[in-house]
Write a protein that binds this ligand. Structure first.
Ligand code: CA
Length: 254
């Protein structure tokens, strides 16, 4: 059985599409391309990709809407490629379910690094029938895995599941990683920069500096995570904002 990872490039510009195809192919992906938003959604349903690069400016439906539609059935890692530099666009993109963004023109190695960092994480929950109870330890710089339980929320890293009061949550990989990072840290504050680096995986740090937009992206992902968990910013059960710094786990309710 092929172990190749599956990539999908949704892009109407021929040259960029071929560039991204090359980058992903060199990174070991089986790559399929789509040149419109509607086609991209359809193909995503069929091939179940691990990674999707998504152009914001598509001829039919824009990248925001494409991302929203794909999120209804897929936990693929979505990188939005945008020619626009406005911060607002970036944030709307993340609100629509994208994990990350790159502004065109981007360096191929930057795209490669982002994708590689994300692919080092487990793709999704293993099948219960043939999976071991514990995932094998990986030497990827984050030794603290395992299971966490806090104020009615249970997270299992091995099975990639999060239960809130016994109900399974449908989180994106980015949301899962952020929640896991806070559970690991406990009452220690994680700064937004810490969390950006965590999402990019430090071993794959290509010397990138953390911009204000990167930190804002963490805020957007945290906002999405809060909404899904049904957590309140004012009376948090789990995600406590430390103003001007970052986030930490809310105290245990006893
Ligand atoms: Ca375009």
């Amino acid at each position: 059985m092929s172990d190749a990872r599956v990539g999908l490039v949704i892009e109407d510009d021929h040259d960029i599409r071929e560039l991204v195809r090359t980058v992903l192919t060199q990174a070991g992906f089986d790559v399929t391309v789509a040149s419109s938003g509607a086609e991209g959604v359809l193909v995503a349903k069929n091939i179940n990709p691990d990674v999707i690069t998504l152009d914001l400016g598509l001829p039919d439906i824009d990248g925001f809407e494409v991302s929203r539609q794909i999120r209804e059935f897929s936990d693929a890692y979505i990188v939005m490629l945008t020619a626009r530099t406005e911060e607002l666009d970036t944030l709307i993109g993340l609100e629509s379910g994208a994990d990350d963004y790159l502004t065109k023109p981007f360096r191929p190695r930057e795209l490669r690094a982002r994708v590689a960092a994300m692919m080092r994480r487990p793709r999704s929950a293993p099948e219960p029938a043939d999976a071991p109870a514990e995932a094998p330890a990986e030497s990827n710089g984050h030794p603290e895995r395992g299971n966490f339980s806090h104020n009615g929320l249970e997270l299992s890293y091995a099975s990639r599941t999060v239960l809130v009061d016994g109900r399974e949550m449908n989180l994106t990989r980015t949301e899962f990683e952020l929640l896991h990072a806070l559970l690991e840290a406990g009452r220690t504050v994680r700064t937004k920069s810490d969390l950006v680096r965590r999402l990019r995986d430090e071993d794959y740090d290509v010397g990138s500096y953390i911009s204000e937009a990167d930190e804002r992206s963490v805020e957007v992902h945290m906002g999405n995570l809060r909404k899904k968990l049904g957590d309140s910013p004012q009376q948090p059960r789990w995600l406590q904002t430390v103003r001007g710094v970052g986030y930490r786990l809310a105290p245990s309710a006893h």
